[in-house]
Design a binder for this molecule. Structure first.
Ligand code: NAD
Length: 360
C-alpha cells in the first residue's frame, strides 16, 4: 500500500469515542478547525487534502503543522483519485465522513470552471461511490453552501425555499451536490447530511474572502473596493464565526443516523437532511469595514462600485430554526468579537511569515 506508514500504524487505535472520521479538505479553513475539535474530544481522525494552489498553499501547510502537533495526520491526495481513496477506505473503517474538500469561491469559477466540476461534482461522486461500497458504510456530513439560495428574493432563507436560481457555477455545483447526495441516499441507503454554511470567518481563514483581504490591504494603506447593489446599498452577508460553524458540524455528526446499506426494503430508510448554519444577523459590508477600522485603528481608503454580475448575490440571511431544533445549533459570536479574534491571529501569522518565510 502507498499509504504513509504513520497512518497505517496509528489511525485505528487513536479513537477513544468509537468514531473514526475521515475529514476531507482537512488543511482547509473549516477542515482544520473541525479536525482539531474532533481530535480534542477523542474521535479517531484522518485528514485528506490535495493542497491545491487556489490560495497560498503555505497557509495550508501551516495549518497542517498545527494539526500534526495535535496528532491529526493529513494524507495528501485528491478526492477524485479513485485508487488512492479506495486504499484509504481499505485500510481504515470510517464510521463517519466529514466532507469539506471543495473548490470554493464564486468569482474564481469564471476563470477556472473545470476545477469546480473536478472537485465539487466528479470528486464528490467518487467519494460517494467509495462510501456506498464500504462495509460498513459511513454516515456522511458535507458542506453545501448558502449560495444555493442564489437569486432568491425571500429572506431569511429557510431550507424549504427555492434553490433553482444559482448565481454562479460554484453555487450550481453545490446545488448539484445536494441532488447527487439525495440520489445516493435513496438508492444506496447512505445517511447524508448537507450543511449550508453562511460566509464563515475567523482565525486561519481564507485569503480570498473579503474580511481577510480587507484587513491585509487596510494595514498596507491600499484602497479597498466595496460593492453596492443598485438602490439597496452595500452588499450584506450573514457572517458566521468559525467556532459556531464547528459546533454545528459536530452536532450534525452526532445526530447522523447510521447508513442502512443498499438493496431490498432498506432503500430510502437512511437519513437525508439539509441544514442552514448561519448567524441570523446579516451585516452590510460597509459595516464590516467600519468594524475593521476600529479594530485595526486604520482609516480605510474606499472605492465604491456597483455590484458586478459575477456570481455574488446581494444579500444572505439564514433562518436557523431547523438546525437549532435538530442539532442544538446556537451561534454565540457576533461579528465584532469574531473579527477581533481574526485580527489577533492575522497579526501573529503575518509577523511570523515575515520573520521566518521558510516556516510558512
Ligand atoms: P478551503 O478552500 O479553505 O478548504 C477546502 C480544502 O479542500 C482546501 O484545503 C483544498 O486544498 C482542499 N481540496 C479542494 N479540492 C480538493 C480535492 N479535489 N481533493 C482533496 N482536497 C481538495 O475552504 P473552506 O472555507 O474551509 O470551505 C470548506 C467547505 O465549506 C467547502 O466545501 C466550501 O465550499 C464550503 N463552504 C465554505 C464557506 C465559507 O464561507 N468558508 C461558505 C459556504 C460553504
Amino acid at each position: 500500500s502507498s499509504l504513509p506508514y504513520k497512518l497505517r500504524k496509528s489511525a485505528r487505535p487513536l479513537s477513544q469515542s468509537g468514531r473514526i472520521v475521515l475529514v476531507t479538505g482537512a488543511a482547509g479553513f473549516v477542515g482544520t478547525h473541525v479536525s482539531l475539535a474532533l481530535k480534542s474530544r477523542g474521535d479517531g481522525i484522518v485528514g485528506l487534502d490535495n493542497f491545491n494552489h487556489y490560495y497560498d498553499p503555505k497557509l495550508k501547510r501551516a495549518r497542517q503543522k498545527l494539526l500534526e502537533k495535535a496528532g491529526v495526520f493529513v494524507v495528501e491526495g485528491d478526492i477524485n483519485d479513485k485508487r488512492a481513496l479506495q486504499q484509504l477506505f481499505d485500510a481504515i473503517q470510517f464510521t463517519h465522513v466529514m466532507h469539506l474538500a471543495a473548490q470554493a469561491g464564486v468569482r474564481y469559477a469564471m476563470q477556472n470552471p473545470g476545477s469546480y466540476v473536478h472537485s465539487n461534482i466528479a470528486g464528490f461522486v467518487n467519494l460517494l461511490e467509495i462510501c456506498k461500497s464500504a462495509n460498513p458504510q459511513p454516515a456522511i456530513v458535507w458542506a453545501s453552501s448558502s449560495s444555493v439560495y442564489g437569486l432568491n428574493s425571500k429572506v431569511p432563507f429557510s431550507e424549504k425555499d427555492r434553490t433553482d436560481r444559482p448565481a454562479s457555477l460554484y453555487a450550481a455545483t453545490k446545488k448539484a451536490g445536494e441532488e447527487i447526495a439525495h440520489t445516493y441516499n435513496h438508492i444506496y441507503g447512505l445517511s447524508i447530511t448537507g450543511l449550508r454554511f453562511f460566509t464563515v470567518y475567523g482565525p486561519w481563514g481564507r485569503p480570498d474572502m473579503a474580511y481577510f483581504f480587507f484587513t491585509k490591504d487596510m494595514l498596507k494603506g491600499k484602497t479597498i473596493t466595496i460593492f453596492e447593489a443598485p438602490d439597496k446599498g452595500s452588499v450584506a452577508r450573514d457572517f458566521t464565526y468559525i467556532d459556531d460553524i464547528v459546533k454545528g458540524c459536530l452536532g450534525a455528526l452526532d445526530t447522523a443516523k447510521k447508513s442502512t446499506g443498499s438493496g431490498g426494503k432498506k432503500n430510502g430508510a437512511a437519513q437525508f437532511r439539509i441544514y442552514n448554519l448561519g448567524n441570523t444577523s446579516p451585516v452590510p459590508v460597509s459595516r464590516l469595514v467600519s468594524i475593521l477600522e476600529k479594530i485595526l485603528k486604520v482609516k480605510a481608503k474606499k472605492k465604491v462600485l456597483p455590484l458586478p454580475r459575477n456570481g455574488d448575490v446581494e444579500f444572505t440571511h439564514a433562518n436557523i430554526s431547523l438546525a437549532a431544533k435538530e442539532l442544538g445549533y446556537k451561534p454565540t459570536t457576533d461579528l465584532e468579537a469574531g473579527l477581533k479574534k481574526f485580527v489577533q491571529w492575522y497579526l501573529k501569522y503575518s509577523n511570523s511569515k515575515k520573520k521566518n518565510s521558510a516556516a510558512w
